[in-house]
Design a protein around this ligand. Structure first.
Ligand code: AGP
Length: 617
């Protein structure tokens, strides 16, 4: 977690760093800090709270002048969020300064060793240990900063993306990564350099970026460029400069009050972008290079194991229904965090699909590494291009949803389901488990989904009214069956994470085995009751709720009359195939949680205690 930003060049560093930190706040927002070198002095300002709090603090504490600087927005791991534990951290001499995203696991033993040599520590962080370790190496070995960083990192166990500089040599910044992302933006004439956890902080300045690989470090020198080396053996690595494909407008709110709402409304386009060039309806084919190139592996697979966390895990659950239903391949869906520590049985004949919006989730990454070590073929479904998971997997398919900045995942979910549906359909065709007419029907219906999502979004005002009625509820149940059981889980997660209302998702039939005891006249129950897929059974479940006086919000197919008679409210979605219905039923649940959170005055895009990518286990 945590976002890091740095600048080295002719401009004032302060505005670039502050604006950059705001763009990276999705990565962590419990404290923030900045270090600037103004030509003579190193000035540091840091505080508990958000980047806006840091701006206020800076006003009273330091001048904003300086052409070299680093900044940090934190999601606490070691040490509670407070001013002292905030980054940047300074070495004992006051010369070296560091920002860090990650965890140094062996920091305790390193700290003991340094303490025995007279070092003292202000904070409870692992990062302060690291900067003093670098200082210790630099002094003991009489080496330059770059070398000191390299030697120190070889003593460290853990994960990091760091930026370090020495106030006595401010024309040079040293960065390094292992397990946490780090991008370097290179200015037009190679006369200025940007450092960031992702490219968003420097998009308006340059489209040229270098992404450090794991176990690489770079020495960035004013007017001299970037030199990349392997941390392990100091060998030089070629610098590969990429042209960024993201635009500034993709990372701005574009007139919406929150990123989450913008991203909910982006879904028609995002889903279209996901199947564009892959779903060729006129030719009745699906073309996905990553699947085609590995068709044998998929077709010979004993089973597919899906590993993911959170919303991505819910998309995996939807995929279980799709793969088993259409392609007749057995599927197991695993929480990556459990899978990685369970000593699971994995063979060379298993295909593992790892799903992750960010492509940086630590548990998913570890699950992939484990599966690879057992010989399984691992396929990634990621949104962030070039992310760690995209690089770690043998092959994959991007969702092409565009940047998702709201911490609550929305368009990532529907585009993940779209990619997984395309894969399942392609495999079903190859295996002959779907008839040609069914296959064509699926392609046609999938192509219609963006328009139908558009239509589902038209219920926004009606959903807002329902939100008004239930905004003060303390608990909420979400029920669904079959393909829509994972949607119930996802709806509950959305409500929990942004409104802090306790919510649970259940398979509708499971209600009788316990949750029914919770139902009374104060309990809102969202029931997904679309026409296809166990409709009559779900209607019976609704009747059971009604006889216990629960308040029913039904998500129904357009024109439904039966549920309308029983429910307190209904929200209609257009009709589609059962297998594609999650792409529509999810929409009202996203809007419902969004409006409740806004009405409760919650921080929708940055809910408490959360961060967008969970890069710690
Ligand atoms: C979803 O709203 C969450 N904030 C969270 O559950 C998220 O889906 C999970 O952390 C996985 O992230 P990933 O898709 O980037 O791997």
């Amino acid at each position: 977690m945590c976002g890091i930003v740095g600048y080295l060049g002719p401009r004032e560093a302060y505005p670039i760093i502050i604006e950059g930190l705001k763009r990276l706040e999705y990565r962590g927002y419990d404290s923030a800090g900045i270090a600037l070198f103004d030509g003579t002095n190193l000035k540091v300002s840091k505080t508990k709270g958000k980047v806006a709090d840091l701006e206020n603090r800076v006003e009273n504490e330091i001048t904003k002048h300086g052409n070299v600087g680093i900044g940090h927005t934190r999601w606490a791991t070691h040490g509670v969020p407070n001013d002292i534990n905030s980054h940047p951290h300074i070495s004992n001499s006051g010369d070296l300064v560091i920002i860090h995203n990650g965890i140094i696991e062996n920091y305790e033993s390193l700290k003991q060793e340094l303490t025995s040599r007279g070092y003292t520590f202000q904070s409870d962080t692992d990062t302060e240990v690291l900067i003093n370790l670098i200082e210790d190496v630099k002094t003991q070995e009489k080496v330059k900063l770059g070398q000191a960083v390299q030697i120190a990192l070889n003593q460290v166990i853990g994960a990091y993306a760091i930026a370090v500089f020495d106030k006595n040599k401010p024309e040079e910044v040293v960065v390094a990564r292992l397990g946490s992302p780090l991008a370097i933006g290179i200015g037009e004439n190679e006369d200025e350099f940007f450092i960031a956890s992702d490219a968003s902080p420097f998009l308006e300045y340059t489209k040229n970026a270098v992404y450090l690989e794991d176990e690489e470090m770079a020495i960035i020198r004013f007017h001299k460029g970037v030199k990349i080396r392997k941390i392990k053996d100091d060998s030089l690595v070629d610098t590969y400069v990429q042209e960024l494909q993201i635009n500034l407008e993709q990372i701005e709110k574009g007139g919406f009050d929150h990123f989450m709402l913008k991203e909910i409304y982006e879904q028609p386009k995002a889903i279209k972008d996901t199947y564009r060039g892959r779903l060729l309806r006129n030719d009745a084919i699906i073309k996905m290079a990553g699947v085609e190139d590995n068709m044998k592996k998929f077709l010979n697979a004993n089973r597919i194991i899906i590993v993911a966390c959170g919303t991505s895990w819910h998309a995996g659950l939807v995929a279980e229904y799709i793969f088993e239903d259409l392609a007749r391949i057995p599927v197991e869906v695993e929480y990556a965090s459990e899978f990685r520590y369970r000593n699971p049985v994995i063979t060379e004949n298993d295909v593992v699909i790892a799903i992750s919006q960010s492509g940086e989730t630590a548990d998913t990454l570890a699950a992939i590494k484990l599966a690879k070590s057992k010989g399984a073929f691992v396929f990634g479904v990621c949104n962030v291009v070039g992310s760690s998971i995209a690089r770690e997997t043998h092959a994959g398919a991007y969702t092409h949803a565009g940047p998702e900045i709201g911490v609550a995942s929305t368009k990532a979910f529907t585009t993940q389901i779209t990619v997984l549906t395309l894969i399942a359909l392609r495999l079903a065709r190859a295996k002959g488990t779907i008839s040609s007419s069914d296959f064509r029907q699926h392609l046609l219906e999938l192509e219609l989904i963006p328009n139908k999502v558009e239509k589902a979004l038209k219920s926004d005002a009606h959903i807002k009214m329902i939100a008004e009625i239930y905004k003060n509820s303390r608990n909420c149940l979400y029920l669904g069956r079959g393909y829509n059981f994972p949607v119930a889980l996802e709806g509950a997660l959305k409500l929990k994470e942004i409104s802090y209302i306790h919510a649970e998702g259940y398979p509708a039939a499971e209600m009788k085995h316990g949750p029914i005891a919770l139902i009374d006249e104060n309990m809102p129950i969202v029931v997904i009751a679309t026409k296809k897929g166990h409709y009559e059974k779900v209607v019976s479940n609704i009747q059971e709720i009604k006889s216990r006086k629960g308040k029913i919000i039904g998500i129904v197919t357009e024109g439904d009359t039966q549920v309308k008679e029983l429910a307190d409210h209904v929200i209609e979605v257009p009709e589609t195939l059962e297998s594609l219905s999650p792409l529509l039923t999810t929409i009202p649940l996203q809007l419902l949680s969004y409006h409740i959170a806004v009405m409760l005055n919650k921080d929708v895009d940055q809910p408490r205690n959360l961060a967008k990518s969970v890069t710690v286990e």
